[in-house]
Every structure is written in structure tokens, then in C-alpha cells.
Design a protein around this ligand. Structure first.
Ligand code: A3P
Length: 319
């Protein structure tokens, strides 16, 4: 970026409303999304500069909704003819390195990142549907969104944020401190309702373009979810593969227990500053019941219901 464009970018950033993440890290409101300030350059550059190819597969989500898992599954489905699960690059490389984020990994570092790898390219973002680069929406590339019960997502986010040790943020000791922000949807790439509803509606309008998966459904039956995923991205399992147990092998390779215990995911750091291990905590459905008081849960449920009202998007209330 030359000096003039750098100056105008900085001026533009100063016009954005500011907020604070649950640990005090700065957020900027851009396109109705709370973006972490540290990657605003990547967010804007991605929107302006990325040109999708028809063969691309874009993994999208609100953070803490099963992104890491979906990346591992998609990578394994697409590359299963190149390497068997026993030789998978997932054994030596974290899922977030195999499937990088546009905003924080690629366009934060360069306006013109090297994306010259063989198709299909599997790439990812937390950008909301309406703010995606036009070429993603217009091309024939595929979008897969993972959605999670907002209560579990929030509890997962609380633990994740707590694990971030940085000089510029404050330690978060209890979920009560975050509750007000949680209810207002103030969190990295929130509000949750904008993220979920954008992809939900797009998946209803364009089911061949957007696959909307739920974390809870994947936990309930990963085989069914894997088949849907493989079919959608254009790599369906053959009958022979099904009989040979290939789907089960991929599900085991990408399981929480397997990925969490791999050396590569127990050590090191992601480019966002979080440890690789922070992406693997408990991997369960309904953990909100252990962390939110009944009155907090009730208040938050009311907000969820109000925000999603009339959309047809629902979550189970029991845990
Ligand atoms: P918990 O904090 O509830 O355990 P993301 O990948 O979007 O950052 O989401 C992280 C959440 O997904 C964490 O939830 C994490 O434990 C869970 N997770 C990570 N890998 C998983 C896997 N292979 N299977 C199921 N859940 C997984």
C-alpha cells in the first residue's frame, strides 16, 4: 500500500465505531460486524481484493462454532484420493494452517497473497454473508457454514478468550463479566444473529451454493453429515468407499479426541496469537448448562428467540 492509500485507510478506520471484546481487546464495527481491530486491514482487503474461482470451497462460521472441525473434515474429504487418513497432513499440520483464514492469515499480511495452489482451494472466513466479496457470491464456488447453538458458542468463546494472555487485554475471570456483551452480540465477528441469519437465508435461497451445517447435527451423526458435505462439495463417497469404511476413517481422523491429542495441535500458536490447543477444549453439546446460571440462560434464550424469530432457524433448548 502506498503512503496516500495508507493515510486514507487509517482515516477510514478512524470513522468506524469502536467496541471492546470480552477481555477488552479492541473491536471495530464494519458492515454491521464487530471485527477484531488487529485484523481490520485483512477484513477490508479480503472484501476488496479476493477473486473467487468456481472450484473454490469456502468454510465460514462465527468463531467457536466448529470451524476447526469443519476444516479438517472438508480437507480430508477433498484430499482422500491423494493420501489415506494414516498419511494425512492433518497429523503434522494444524487444520487452520491447511485451511487458512482470509482475514487473519492471508489478507492481513498482503493485499495480494499467494493463492496459487491446485484446485479445489479450501479457504475460510468469519465474514458475514452480505459482506462477502462479490465474486464469492457470484461465482459457482461452494460455501459451507457451521452454526452452533448460541449458548454453547458463547460458553466456548468465553473459555477461548480466557486463554488469551496478552499485555493489552484484561484477564477474564467469570462469565458474569461477559454477560452484557454476550447479550448485545458484541464479540469477534458478532453479532451472532447477523452471522447465522445471513448464511441461513442464503442456504434456503441457494441450496446448491450454501450448505448450512449445525454443530449439534454433526455431533449426533457425523456419518450422515460427512456424506452431505462430500456430496455438496462435489466429492461424493462411492458405494465401494462406504462399504470399505472410508467415511468412518475420516470421521475418526477428524474426531475431537484424535485431533486434540496430536502433538501438532497441543503445541505452537495460531497467527491470531491463540495457542493451537485453545481450539480444542471439550467438544460437547450442552456445556452451557455447566456455566450459565438458570436466569442467565433464560435471558439469553429470549434474545436468541427474538433475534431468530420467523427465520425458521431453531436450536434445541434442552441439554
Ligand atoms: P468447546 O469450547 O465447546 O469445547 P472453532 O473451531 O470454531 O474455534 O470452535 C471451537 C469449538 O469446537 C470448541 O468447543 C472445540 O473444543 C470444538 N472442537 C474442536 N475440534 C473439534 C472436533 N474435531 N470435534 C468436535 N468439536 C471440536
Amino acid at each position: 500500500m502506498d503512503t496516500a492509500s495508507e493515510d486514507s485507510f487509517q482515516e477510514f478506520v478512524l470513522t468506524l465505531p469502536t467496541g471492546k471484546d470480552w477481555d477488552g481487546a479492541p473491536l471495530l464495527l464494519h458492515n454491521d460486524t464487530w471485527c477484531p481491530a488487529y485484523c481490520i486491514r485483512g477484513v477490508v482487503s479480503f472484501q476488496q481484493n479476493f477473486r473467487a474461482q468456481d472450484t473454490d470451497i469456502i468454510i465460514t462460521s462465527l468463531p467457536k462454532s466448529g470451524t476447526t472441525w469443519l476444516k479438517a473434515l472438508t480437507f480430508s474429504v477433498v484430499n482422500r484420493h491423494r493420501c489415506s487418513p494414516g498419511e494425512s497432513p492433518l497429523i503434522t499440520t494444524p487444520p487452520h494452517e491447511l485451511v487458512p483464514f482470509f482475514e487473519s492469515d492471508l489478507y492481513l499480511k498482503s493485499q495480494n497473497p499467494d493463492l496459487d495452489f491446485p484446485p479445489p482451494r479450501i479457504l475460510s472466513c468469519h465474514t458475514h454473508y452480505t459482506a462477502l466479496p462479490q465474486s464469492i457470491r457470484d461465482s459457482n464456488c461452494k460455501i459451507v457454514y457451521t452454526c452452533r447453538n448460541p449458548l454453547d458458542q458463547a460458553v466456548s468463546y468465553f473459555h477461548f478468550i480466557r486463554s488469551r494472555a496478552s499485555g493489552s487485554t484484561k484477564p477474564v475471570s467469570s462469565i458474569d463479566e461477559c454477560f452484557e456483551s454476550m447479550c448485545r452480540g458484541v464479540q469477534s465477528h458478532g453479532p451472532f444473529w447477523n452471522s447465522m441469519l445471513g448464511y441461513w437465508r442464503a442456504s434456503l435461497e441457494r441450496p446448491d451454493k450454501v450448505l448450512f451445517l449445525k454443530y449439534e447435527d454433526m455431533k449426533e451423526d457425523i456419518i450422515v453429515s460427512l456424506k452431505r458435505l462430500a456430496e455438496f462439495v462435489g466429492f461424493p463417497f462411492t458405494e465401494k468407499e462406504e462399504k470399505e469404511g472410508v467415511i468412518g476413517e475420516i470421521s475418526r481422523l477428524c474426531s475431537f479426541e484424535n485431533l486434540k491429542d496430536l502433538e501438532v495441535n497441543r503445541n505452537g500458536f495460531h497467527s491470531s496469537g491463540f495457542s493451537n490447543s485453545a481450539f480444542f477444549r471439550k467438544g460437547e453439546v450442552g456445556d452451557w448448562g455447566n456455566h450459565l446460571s438458570p436466569s442467565m440462560a433464560e435471558t439469553f434464550w429470549k434474545i436468541v428467540e427474538e433475534k431468530l424469530d420467523g427465520s425458521g432457524l431453531t436450536f434445541k433448548t434442552s441439554h
